[in-house]
Write a protein that binds this ligand. Structure first.
Ligand SMILES: [Zn+2]
Length: 410
């Protein structure tokens, strides 16, 4: 049983030796009942900071626990290449980053208060993968921490975090797994959108367990893998967690999941988990996640058809693209002609004058021109709002997914 259970872990430890080995067992629960998802593009994939790499994204989806995973192993070198010094997520738009961090801070504090009451001790906190450090600054103030440590692998991002860190905060460059100082001395270890990037989630959680004292709390925020959406398209999201699959991994490193809850509002699509030391009885009832594998397959398949559909449908059109964020990067990676053939980008408050070598204009200016169609490059959760707003101004606007599905085109 043990071998089955830890098959994925062993495979990932041995990744360097068996680089191209195909993973056929779920790394979370060990099940062999896994489904191969379609490949979104035969030769291109996108990393979170928008960079395109020339590898197809092959993902598997476990029908038993719902875990999503790369169907091939990574070497440590490949991981280091993804997070090289120029990995710059979070530095592109400081204003948006600050607003987003404040919202994470608010929801994390509310979750902690809900589950721990007012009595939680947060005098020493540590954040693994602290990025720009904006959230750590926010939480240090919010929770009244006396000592705060941020650990960040990208040297460029760590340098930025250091430049904005408050007096009680120190920033260390490195990976969580290599952080050896101050064992068992923090009361709160948090990570926000980090664990899905780690090659070895078991090792990452062990690192979290190592830094907290025996009554300490661990907060893990990551994309909610129970929603089949754009998260599946990020090459550097090595795992897609359901609460069931994360609970399996958590139990495997002698932690237990105390609570979990979806985030709301602008952070919809993410889930927060509270973990503590000590094993516990795992709710072992088998869960059926075949439906999730099916939804994921349909979603990725839609993306795989987008380029051809766009070439056909948009032929001869002059159009702009609404949005210069993550979703535009996804289009650029998986359906590049949609970006190449656009005239310009539109966004509410442009922070850049050019994006993918096209001019960026404000919504206000766009609405003052003769009406031109727009392709919305916005997350599915924002789409209804964006659609209604532009259609009320008589602007024909379509979502890229609709083009691929061909269900709403004139
Ligand atoms: Zn599984």
């Amino acid at each position: 049983m043990t071998e089955l259970r830890y098959g994925g872990l062993l495979a990932s430890i041995c990744g360097e030796l068996r680089l191209k080995e195909y993973i056929f067992k779920c790394p979370a629960c060990g099940s062999v009942d896994c489904r191969d998802l379609p490949v979104p593009h035969a030769s291109r994939s996108m990393v979170s900071d928008g960079k395109v790499i020339s590898n197809p994204l092959r993902r598997g989806s476990c029908n038993d626990c719902g875990h999503g995973f790369h169907a091939q192993n990574f070497s440590e070198e490949q991981i280091k290449e993804i997070y090289s010094a120029d990995y710059s997520i979070g530095l592109r738009d400081a204003v948006a980053e600050a607003a987003r961090s404040a919202e994470y801070g608010r929801q994390i504090e509310a979750f902690l208060t809900h589950h721990l009451g007012k009595g939680g001790n947060f005098s020493k906190i540590i954040e693994f993968g602290c990025g720009s450090g904006t959230l750590l600054n926010d939480l240090t103030n919010r929770l009244g921490a006396q000592v705060a440590t941020g650990v960040e692998p990208s040297s460029r991002v760590a340098a930025y975090a250091r430049s904005i860190a408050g007096g009680r905060i120190s920033i260390h460059e490195g990976f969580a797994e290599q952080f050896e100082e101050s064992a068992h001395s923090y009361n709160l270890c948090l990570s926000v959108n980090v664990i899905e990037h780690t090659r070895n989630p078991h090792g990452f959680l062990q690192a979290c367990r190592r830094v907290i004292d025996n009554t300490g709390n661990i907060i893990v925020v990551c994309p909610d893998g129970e929603i089949a959406g754009s998260e599946l398209l990020f090459y550097d999201h090595l795992s897609n967690f359901t609460s069931a699959s994360l609970a399996m991994i958590v139990a495997g490193v002698n932690l237990r999941m105390i609570a979990n809850s979806p985030l709301t509002g602008g952070l919809q699509g993410f889930r927060i988990h509270l973990l503590r030391s000590g094993g516990g009885a795992l709710d072992n009832q088998s869960r059926a996640f075949g439906f999730l594998s099916q939804q994921r397959a349909e979603y990725v398949n839609t993306w795989s058809r987008m380029q051809d559909a766009a070439d056909r449908v948009l032929k001869g059109w002059k159009y702009g693209i609404f949005g210069t964020g993550e979703y535009s990067d996804l289009l650029h990676a998986y359906s590049p002609s949609v970006i190449e053939n656009a005239e310009f980008f539109v966004r509410d408050q442009p922070v850049e004058t050019n994006f993918y070598s096209k001019p960026v204009i404000s919504t206000k200016d766009f609405l003052s021109f003769p009406k031109m169609p727009l392709i919305a490059a916005v997350h599915e959760r924002s789409w209804p709002l964006v659609r209604d707003r532009f259609r009320s101004e008589d602007v024909p606007i379509f979502h890229s997914l609709e083009i691929a599905r061909q269900d709403a085109m004139p």
